[in-house]
Design a protein around this ligand. Structure first.
Ligand code: E4P
Length: 225
C-alpha cells in the first residue's frame, strides 16, 4: 500500500513525510497554481530533493497534442531526472503519447481516469500507475468503487504490474473506500491526513488516558518514572 501527498507545498511535504509512511508526491497544474507564481522546475526540483530517490514524484504534462505531450515529458525528464513519473491524461492524444513514451521506458502515471475503458487502454499501453478521480466520479454519478475494483480485477487477472493510484479525494471515507476496493496507492491532500488522524474520537480517547494517568502519577511520564 502506498500513500502519496497530492500537493506542491514544501512545508506540508516536510511536515507529513515525518508523520506518514510517504511513498511519493503528485502534482497537476491546479495544484501548482495553488502555490502562486513559484518557478515550476525549481519547485519540483526542491520537492524531489526533499523526498529523496526512494520516493516517487509524479509531474503532469500540460500540452494537449501528442507531440506536445511527448515534448513536455522530455523537458520534465531532462530537468528533473529520468526516474520522474510523467502524468498524462487519458484521451486520444494522451494515450498515443503514452505508447510513444513507454517505448522509451518512461515511467507513466495515466491520469484523469473516469471510466474502465480509459483504465483498460492505459493498462494495455503499459502505464505504471492509473489515477482514477474518485470524487470527480462521484460528482458525475459514476460508481468510483466499481471502476477501481474492475480495474484491479483486470490487473490481477492479466498479471500486470500497473498499480491503481486513486486520486481526487474530498473526504477521508473516499480514501479508505478506494483502498478497500483495490487501489494499491492513494494520493491525498495533506489536510485529509490531519483530519483522519485528529478526529474528536481519537483526541477524546487520548485525553481520557492522559487524565487517568495524571490522576495517579501527576505530570510524571513513563520515561521519567
Ligand atoms: C492527482 O494528482 C489528481 O490530479 C488530483 O487528485 C485531482 O484532484 P481534484 O479532483 O481535487 O482536483
Amino acid at each position: 500500500m502506498e500513500f502519496l501527498l497530492d500537493t506542491a507545498n514544501i512545508d506540508d511535504i516536510k511536515k507529513y513525510q515525518e508523520i506518514i509512511p510517504l511513498s511519493g508526491v503528485t502534482t497537476n497544474p491546479s495544484i501548482i497554481k495553488k502555490e502562486g507564481k513559484a518557478d515550476f522546475f525549481d519547485r519540483l526540483a526542491q520537492i524531489k530533493k526533499l523526498i529523496g530517490d526512494k520516493r516517487s514524484l509524479h509531474v503532469q504534462v500540460v500540452a494537449t497534442t501528442t507531440e506536445g505531450i511527448v515534448a513536455d515529458a522530455h523537458a520534465v525528464l531532462a530537468k528533473l531526472g529520468k526516474d520522474v513519473y510523467i502524468k498524462i491524461p487519458v484521451n486520444q492524444a494522451g494515450l498515443a503519447a503514452i505508447k510513444i513514451l513507454k517505448k522509451e521506458n518512461v515511467r507513466i502515471t495515466a491520469t484523469s481516469i473516469y471510466t474502465e475503458l480509459q483504465g483498460f487502454l492505459a493498462i494495455a499501453a503499459g502505464a505504471d500507475y492509473l489515477a482514477p478521480y474518485y470524487n470527480r466520479m462521484e460528482n458525475n454519478n459514476i460508481d468510483a468503487n466499481k471502476v477501481i475494483s474492475d480495474l484491479n480485477q483486470v490487473i490481477n487477472h492479466e498479471q500486470r504490474n500497473t498499480k491503481i493510484l486513486a486520486a481526487s479525494f474530498h473526504t477521508v471515507s473516499q480514501i479508505t473506500s478506494a483502498i478497500a476496493n483495490g487501489a494499491q496507492a492513494v494520493t491525498v491532500a495533506p489536510s485529509f491526513i490531519a483530519e483522519g488522524l485528529e478526529s474528536h474520537l481519537i483526541t477524546d480517547a487520548i485525553s481520557d488516558f492522559t487524565s487517568d494517568w495524571e490522576s495517579i502519577f501527576g505530570k510524571t511520564t513513563i520515561s521519567t518514572l
